[in-house]
Design a protein around this ligand. Structure first.
Ligand code: ARG
Length: 456
């Protein structure tokens, strides 16, 4: 039996039910729905809307329903339109008509908004935990590679040498911003809509502050009309997830490039690599391509849901039911991806030799200009002089360090014999010791600070 059949003389058409029913997916909210109802039953009794004995009976019944879900013994019935209907239907079967008192003053509008916020708060915490594991993995690989040098790129062209630790830690901080976004989304989420009724509020003297506190919210929502249609928390979380995925798609792309045999900088563990059904030699990084690819789907969920919200009139509208599949899908996708990305990072093989072989002296051109600056030449002139030297070396097909001192001095009188010291990649890194730079000392400090952040 539906919750709203009274004014109709015919039941809904089957095809409408197929469209309208949400039980397929919102049964994932069973625990939150029952928790919300238990707290609401208590609030009704505290307000003397129902007796304490009735509340006991309702709560006992709800606990029984929860046990049935937990043991997978719950049987859905024809007409269970959504999780709210299914729980109330089963409650009434178990305890009789008194079950019908639970919904007093409540609407599925404030109910679903409460359930889904509770679910989202927990999902945000779970996601933060998964991200933390990846952050921890990044730190532990980084820690052993503060002195391993690889070419750093801008525009994907060789730029300056950096350490493997510096490269990996750059992703730590992206994820740390994601953590921040999740926390602030979680803070805004912590407003309890229960007690807002359908739109206008609750006519019984229930204590909304108590309800909010009992359910683990920080506070009750301020405006009942806003509360029943506010899905900002869904958009917040979809955005936090999307941007996090954007970060991880960049890590994935780096891993794809660096594991390409043309680079050979890293190798993914066998357990996280895939092969080809045709080409026996292939070693593909499918998990990274899936990270990159699924990011599109996560952004799609965000863009799609924002479009759903746009222009909705005040109050609850059924459009809002679209919130669940979007968020469930985004989080499920992340929970599928993250353990694989974390394990891939933990088991990443770093091929220091291939990295070192890829270090071309071009990467030291900036250091050469800095050398001239230290001798007193203004940087712009130093930049120009080194540009001329790079082009000279290219013409002759020689390395920068092969050019003799006379040739160098032909371009700039500031060159002296000590220029030979510049052609040292480790020295280049050591020079970049300012806060946040790639020198081993600066990166070690960075790692300490990252660990302290995680410990907080
Ligand atoms: N399944 C609905 C949803 O997810 C529950 C709320 C239904 N409210 C209503 N007035 N029909 O949004």
């Amino acid at each position: 039996m539906s919750l709203w059949g009274g004014r109709f003389s015919q039941t809904s058409a089957d095809d409408l039910r197929a469209l309208n029913d949400s039980i397929e997916f919102d049964q994932a909210l069973c625990a939150e729905d029952i928790e919300g109802s238990i707290v609401y039953a208590r609030a009704l009794a505290d307000a003397d809307v129902i007796t304490q004995a009735e509340a006991e009976s309702i709560i006992g019944g709800l606990q029984q329903v929860m046990r049935e879900f937990d043991t997978e013994a719950f049987e859905f019935a024809e007409g269970d339109e959504d999780i709210h209907t299914a729980v109330e239907r089963r409650l009434t079967e178990l305890i009789g008509d008194v079950g019908g008192k639970l919904h007093t003053g409540r609407s599925r509008n404030d109910q679903v908004a409460t359930d889904f916020r509770l679910w989202s708060m927990r999902a945000a915490e779970h996601l933060a935990g998964e991200l933390r594991q990846l952050q921890t993995a990044l730190i532990s690989v980084a820690e052993t590679h503060c002195d391993t040098v690889l070419p750093g790129y801008t525009h994907l062209q060789p730029a300056q040498p950096i350490s493997v630790a510096h490269w990996l830690m750059s992703f730590f901080w992206m994820l740390e911003r994601d953590q921040h976004r999740l926390r602030s989304a979680r803070e805004r989420m912590a407003e309890c809509p229960l007690g807002s009724g359908a739109l206008a509020g609750n006519p019984f003297p229930i204590d909304r502050r108590q309800i909010a506190a009992d359910l683990g919210f920080e506070r009750p929502s301020e405006n009942s009309l806003d509360a029943v249609s506010d899905r900002d928390f869904v958009a917040d979380l979809l955005y936090a997830v999307s941007l996090c995925a954007v970060h991880l798609s960049r890590l994935a792309e780096d891993i794809l490039i660096y594991s390409n045999p043309a680079f050979g900088f890293i190798t993914l563990d066998d357990r996280y690599s895939t092969g080809s059904s045709l080409m026996p030699q292939k070693r593909n990084a499918d998990p990274m391509e899936l990270m990159r690819g699924k990011t599109g789907r996560l952004i799609g969920n965000l863009a799609g849901f924002l479009s759903t919200l746009k222009g909705l009139p005040s109050g609850y509208n059924k459009d809002l039911q679209e919130d669940k599949e979007a968020l469930f899908d985004s989080l499920e996708t992340m929970f599928l991806l993250l353990p694989v990305i974390t394990a891939s990072v933990s088991s990443l093989m770093i091929n220091a030799k291939a990295m070192s072989e890829a270090l071309s002296e071009d990467l030291l051109a900036t250091d050469l200009a800095d050398y001239l600056v230290k001798k007193g030449l203004p940087f712009r002139q130093a930049h120009h002089a080194v540009g001329a030297i790079v082009s000279l070396a290219a013409e002759r097909g020689s390395e920068l360090s092969d050019l003799d001192i006379e040739t160098l001095q032909g371009v700039s009188g500031y060159f002296a014999d000590d220029v030979a010291g510049v052609f040292d990649f480790s020295r280049s890194l050591a020079q970049r010791s300012s806060f946040g730079g790639t020198s081993a000392a600066a990166v070690k400090l960075q790692i300490e600070r990252a660990k302290a952040t995680l410990a907080r």
